[in-house]
Design a protein around this ligand. Structure first.
Ligand code: HEM
Length: 405
């Protein structure tokens, strides 16, 4: 049986916020996994178990003894708004509240419900490309992926188009509060953003109650009745969670996929020649540069796992990006193969908290990549100097400039 000291993974010298780690985390994940797929580390604010093996991550995601909870201490008084809103998010709930909330929200995100959006997504993509084609140099993050993701989630929720602009800053400020790099300053601005977001959505919810429309806020607000299935606070938290999830991760999937393709010209040519590969290719992009790199749980009991005892109350950090590059699960895991099939990656998580927006994110990425390849056949990187945002849980480009003739 390994004890904590024997499994000490942080004997490997690295920092989660170093440029080296941010630009290429995979060699570090490999080193950690080679010490042990579940090893003890103290590089994050709360020490805990760093899980980098595929089977181990999967086992924990399936095991209800590992609980979700908000990343902030419950005792905090400083970030009250942030804490209260996060406490009511489905992402951080445990059973039975989790299932109750998830059932309600998932009505808006079934494969059929989001397939309905495919023509609208294509139309939005073509409009964006029409504007882009008038130029010869653009940042695909801020001028393509972001406006697309923003338009779609705002449409699903029922946010009027002219009010969407505020979400860019909001989503960026709130993502910091759930990432393990969060600083006091980040939490302070996140708390302020949460106050603004709450005021905005409270008003919008009231308007939809008085004047129902064909959108998700109207649908969910019908469940908020005395003794109903959803509390008013949960509805507010759901709106804010969907704004963050809908903006941050999908933008990263689209941008990371395009960068990955440009770094693998032979795969880019293959996808141009065989566009029908797009669905399989998007799964490989999700595996290869997973937009969500890490999630966390807390042990509700002493739990024995793979010769390791995880004690009650200990933190467990699940490196999805590492699991998706585990050689015990994937042949040549560091090789990009857009025909890889089957591809049982964990980019959307697994089990009870499996991503509710997976179908939507997949469609957005498939359409955005396919149309870009068709409409701008000779696009290329404008510079080799791109940078990743300082986030551990998310793989997110600051910008991605391309040029084309
Ligand atoms: C490429 C894009 C996306 C990725 C990689 C992604 C990834 C994930 C992951 C890994 C989880 C599970 C977290 C955990 O178990 O701790 C999750 C949960 C969730 N995602 Fe996504 N997501 C994406 C897009 C979206 C979109 C577009 C939406 C909605 C508009 C969304 C909504 C949610 C929600 C509501 C949950 C919580 C589900 C629950 O707790 O039951 N996601 N996502």
């Amino acid at each position: 049986m390994l004890n904590q000291k024997q499994a000490e993974g942080t004997a490997i010298p690295f920092s989660f916020t170093s440029t080296e780690f941010l630009s290429k985390p995979y060699p570090f994940y490999d080193k950690l996994r080679s010490v042990h797929p579940i090893c003890w580390g103290s590089l994050l604010k709360n020490p805990g178990w760093y899980v980098t093996g595929y089977d181990e991550v999967l086992m924990i995601l399936k095991d209800s003894r590992f609980k979700n909870r908000i990343p902030l201490p419950q005792s905090t008084k400083k970030y009250e708004e942030l804490k209260n809103i996060q406490n009511d998010m489905v992402l951080f709930k445990n059973q039975p509240d989790h299932m109750r909330l998830r059932r309600l929200i998932s009505n808006g995100f079934t494969s059929n419900a989001v397939e309905y959006f495919r023509p609208y997504i294509r139309e939005a993509v073509l409009d964006l490309l029409d504007c882009i084609k008038k130029r010869n140099r653009v940042d695909l993050v801020s001028e393509y992926a972001f406006p697309l993701a923003s338009l779609i989630i705002a449409n699903i929720l029922g946010v009027p188009a002219e009010e969407r602009k505020q979400f860019k800053e909001l989503a960026a400020s709130l993502i910091q509060t759930v990432d393990f790099t969060r600083s006091r300053e980040g939490l302070r601005t996140g708390n302020d953003s949460m106050i603004k977001a709450s005021a905005y959505f409270n008003k919008l919810i009231e308007m939809r109650v008085l004047n129902p429309k064909d959108d998700l806020i109207t649908l969910l607000s019908k469940e908020v009745t005395d003794g109903g299935k959803l509390t008013r606070e949960e509805l507010l938290s759901t709106c804010i969670l969907l704004v963050i999830a809908g903006h941050e991760t999908t933008v990263n999937l689209i941008s990371n996929s395009i960068l990955t393709l440009l770094q693998h010209p032979e795969q880019l040519i293959k996808l141009k020649e065989e566009p029908e590969l797009i669905n399989v290719a998007v799964e490989e992009f999700l595996r290869y540069e997973s937009p969500t790199q890490m999630t966390a749980r807390i042990a509700s009991d002493d739990i024995e796992l793979e010769q390791t005892t995880i004690k009650k109350g200990e933190h467990v950090y699940l490196f999805l990006g590492a699991a998706n590059r585990d050689p015990n699960k994937f042949n040549h895991p560091h090789l990009l193969d857009i025909t890889r099939n089957p591809n049982p990656h964990l980019a959307f998580g697994y089990g009870p908290h499996f991503c509710l927006g997976a179908s939507l994110a997949r469609i957005e990425a498939q359409v955005a990549i396919q149309e870009l390849l068709q409409q701008l056949p000779n696009f290329r990187l404008a510079t080799d100097d791109w940078q990743w945002r300082k986030l551990i849980g998310f793989r997110s480009l600051k910008e991605l400039y391309i040029v084309f003739d």
